[in-house]
Design a protein around this ligand. Structure first.
Ligand code: ADP
Ligand code: 5GP
Length: 189
């Protein structure tokens, strides 16, 4: 059975998670992202319902009270992110395998809820210095934001061992191939 499986990706920002996952999603159309809800405002070209379900702080609180989340976290001070139950139903109804891009705590929480139905993957940068270089090279964040992300990475990396699989993203092609193999084994596709 391929349905009802979930694959969780967590990583320090800048590890290359998005790059890896997008390559695999192009190849395997049965992989589909769960679109999270967030209380932050859209950035750049982000679209409501595609990148996130953008909620006001009040709407987010209401969704918590109405038990609409499988899990939620205040990932950054004052900003909440959460996995909507409706996303799981929407994606499984199509027979697709759900991908999650969540912070490490959310990832481990989802793993504890779904157990063997979930595969929790941690994408590890080769070093914190290389992580900083990639964030600088990506050029999407201000220097102080980069420093915050790098500082957070140290804590996030300390959770890596609790994941089912650690993918070290040093050489991109190798990281993609390892991730692909891990996913195909897990889903029996
Ligand atoms: P994340 O989604 O984990 O925040 P991204 O996928 O946005 O990270 O990658 C961060 C930056 O690092 C991007 O500019 C990306 O092109 C680059 N990158 C990703 N993987 C590698 C790699 N193996 N070697 C060098 N640069 C990489
Ligand atoms: P962004 O750069 O998009 O503002 O920050 C996203 C951060 O929040 C990342 O660490 C991402 O993994 C995390 N995140 C996104 N959606 C969720 C979610 O639904 N639950 C949790 N726990 N974290 C999320």
């Amino acid at each position: 059975m391929n349905e009802n499986k979930l694959i969780i990706f967590s990583a320090p920002s800048g590890s290359g998670k998005t790059t890896i996952v997008h390559q695999l999603m192009e190849k395997y159309p049965w992989l589909e992202f769960s679109v999270s809800a967030t209380s932050r405002a859209p950035r750049g070209a982000e679209q409501n319902g595609k990148d996130y379900h953008f909620l006001s702080a009040d709407e987010f609180e209401a969704a918590i009270s109405e038990d609409k989340f499988v899990e939620w976290e205040e990932v950054y001070a004052g900003t909440k992110y959460g996995t909507l139950r409706s996303e799981l139903e929407r994606i499984w109804a199509k027979g697709n395998t759900i991908l999650f891009d969540v912070d490490v705590k959310g990832g481990l929480r989802l793993k504890s809820i779904f157990g063997d139905r979930a595969l929790a993957i941690f994408v590890m940068p080769p070093s914190v210095e290389e992580l900083r270089r990639r964030l600088v090279g990506r050029a999407t964040d201000a220097p102080e934001v980069i420093e915050k992300r790098v500082a957070k990475a140290e804590t996030e990396i300390s959770y890596a061992e609790q994941f089912d699989k650690i993918i070290i993203n040093d050489i991109l092609e190798e990281a993609v191939a390892q991730t692909e193999k891990t996913i195909l084994e897990f889903t029996n596709r």
